[in-house]
Design a protein around this ligand. Sequence first.
Ligand code: GLU
Length: 475
Amino acid sequence: MSVNTHPKTRRSFSENVNVMYDRAAVILKLDPGLAEMIRQCNAVYQVRFSVKLKGELRAFIGWRALHSEHRLPAKGGIRYSEIANLDEVEALAALMSFKCAVVDVPFGGSKGALCINPHEYDEDELEKITRRFSRELIKKGFISPSVNVPGPDLGTSAREMEWMCDMYRTLCPDDINAVGCVTGKPESQGGIRGRVEATGRGVQYGIREYFRNPKDVKKAGLSGGLEGKRIIVQGLGNVGYHASKFLSEEDGAIITGIVERDGALLDENGLDVEKVHQWRLERGTIKDYPDARFIEDGTSFLENECDILIPAAIEGQIHERNAARIQAKIVAEAANGPVTSNGDDILRERGIIVIPDFYLNAGGVTVSYFEWIKNITHIRFGRLERRLDEIRGHHLVDVLEQMTGQKVPGELSAKLVQGADELDLVRSGLEDTMHLAYQAIRDVWLENEQVEDLRTAAYVVATRKIACSYNRAGL
Ligand code: GLU
């Protein structure tokens, strides 16, 4: 098996992750043995299987990598991608370990992939393939609510998670927590509200956190809040779409560019993300979109002037050959590994701020954690206390009205008497998570002179927690 290297560098994806992690391990003065233990992927299961499609046997290859087990279950998505390979899966599993640690999700890190172009198959075929792949993983303990819990990733969604969950229930009918064997399921099948938008929502909250701190904003050579900031987003998949939609519709940011596989759209006055998204859904391309300039060469469009560049597609997009030409003040990594370690060095030297992937895109796994808790507790969030909150709200309105002799305005009173539902709780839990994690990263960044950037700070925060768990376990 060939280890694919990043498109534009000589280091493989996992080598890139290791280089970045090593910097933190040195700063933390980790014992070399422990540093190595954290760096390595603990186990990888490679599976080859065949499925009969249209009367012919088709062969597939897939992986599930288990990077760390200091906390169980291990967590991470399963992607369907034609360019999936072992090295990529290992790198992504490592990022999951750091991601969970940095946002205090008590899970180890894992990742899976199936080498497939899902667009080449119809729904029935994909179901057959997914059921077969998951059966192989379940047999070896690589899917289980207590040991290893996949979630959606590139090329997979609630649909695939439902098939996997159903397969697990069929094979392990006596597991009372079976529904917690995967996350990102449809709401009707044990999923949680707000999971589909969660990664994009987390990107929005993470960028907001950065802009909440004027000192940090100044470091990027900017001032003020998110309102009016010009953003270029690469990739209008689930993450890029939700992040750019929320940032433009709720925070007043202007999406000046959208880069896709087949080119880029430019409108200095701001693109309507929802309209572009609908256009792309209907036609499968952003070409011919009527309300913007179309630029054929999407890749070099990343180098256009903007305040924030959000790479939300795949790894290795900013590298040693284009980093010197990036004009954004902030690179907000919504994808996993969009900047290579060489690219990262160049951006840092040029004073461009990078908000690192495993913090910024942790919204997905954070809400997956909420979903898993819901599954193993067998109760929907808010079920016990919602009515009580409403009654308390009514009391509060009564007291206010009695004491002031005035009526509480209708809109305010409606807010006070409304108990939080599942979506409210998920959003507030996610916002709080992104807030606390940013503060922890920021403290390390600003207080330790060896720590030059947010990425290294995030690795320090995450690695310290993982090392602490391993030490406690006496390993
Ligand atoms: N695929 C997402 C990630 O890379 C979420 C994984 C999960 O929910 O397990 O973080």
